[in-house]
Design a protein around this ligand. Structure first.
Ligand code: URA
Length: 210
């Protein structure tokens, strides 16, 4: 993947995102839509994985068949909203190794504070996909990628549902080697760090909290 930013403009993704943005969409429907959309985003973020061939036998004959090259992927969920994307991506890539990074945003400084980090051991040999639905200021995302790199990650992609221009710029400055895949880049961040027009707090909408 060479582009720093890929916007997945597939009609199914855009339609589902619109339903997710609507304020009256229920928790149950929001969660279901996130699961569906995460399959489509997973399809895009894994589109150009390196391929090899393996020798297999069909019931009719032997053949060289395509297979994904290299070690199993690693997925890293940025808690807690990342888990909503993680579940759907895991359904498409069920053998992936999974890590978790817990960061919360200090509401005054908007800076990330780490409270948990558990990552697969050999990240250096795996494509690592960090997942978080909302790329807002980019501070948490950049900090999460810092932790992945400290743990040895070298080939990293960032998957989100919605991004703010500020977050994309922050990631490009901090991690120009990490391509971002998203369904949309919205207009701006408000003074509380929410993406506008956005969809509100992804974690709250996903889990029915306030
Ligand atoms: N996190 C969210 O859940 N929503 C935003 O708009 C920004 C950050």
């Amino acid at each position: 993947m060479t582009d720093h930013l890929t916007i997945v403009d597939h009609p199914l993704v855009q339609h589902k995102l619109t339903l997710m943005r609507e304020k009256d969409t229920s928790t149950k429907t929001f969660r279901q839509l996130l699961r569906e959309i995460s399959h489509l985003l997973a399809y895009e973020v894994t589109r150009n994985l390196p391929m090899t061939t393996k020798e297999i036998e069909t019931p009719l004959c032997a053949m060289s068949a395509p297979a994904i090259e290299g070690k199993k992927l690693a997925l890293v969920s940025i808690l807690r909203a990342g888990n909503g994307l993680l579940d759907g991506v895991l359904e498409l890539v069920p053998a992936a190794r999974v890590g978790f990074i817990g960061l919360y945003r200090d509401e005054e400084t908007l800076q990330p504070v780490q409270y948990y980090c558990k990552l697969p051991s050999d990240l250096g040999n795996r494509l690592t996909i960090a997942v978080d639905p909302m790329l807002a200021t980019g501070n948490s995302s950049a900090a999460a990628v810092d932790l992945i790199k400290k743990a040895g990650g070298r080939n990293i992609r960032f998957l989100c549902l919605l991004a703010a221009p500020e977050g994309v710029a922050r990631m490009k400055e901090a991690h120009p080697d990490v391509p971002i895949v998203t369904a949309a880049v919205d207009n701006f961040l408000d003074d509380r760090g929410y993406i506008v027009p956005g969809l509100g707090d992804a974690g709250d909408r996903m889990y029915g909290t306030k």
